[in-house]
Write a protein that binds this ligand. Structure first.
Ligand SMILES: [Zn+2]
Length: 67
């Protein structure tokens, strides 16, 4: 069974692990309906639209009878 030729130093080990803590900036796009910044491929939190259609009613708005 293959074994490492030499021990990885604390420095090299820690440098390798340090790179996994980077945080990627979240992708944000402007809503096509209202222009609010939103996560792509999600129903807009501000206006409740997705793909040009109203998916969910805005909070506080009077709800009509759901069909
Ligand atoms: Zn919107």
């Amino acid at each position: 069974m293959a074994t490492p030729e030499r021990r990885t130093t604390r420095s090299k080990r820690d440098m390798r692990r340090a790179n996994h803590q980077k945080v990627a900036a979240p992708t944000i796009v402007a809503c096509a309906n209202c222009g609010a910044m939103m996560v792509p491929h999600r129903v807009c939190d501000a206006c409740g639209h997705y793909d040009g259609k109203e998916i969910k009613k805005k909070k506080g708005a009077t709800e009509e009878a759901a069909g």
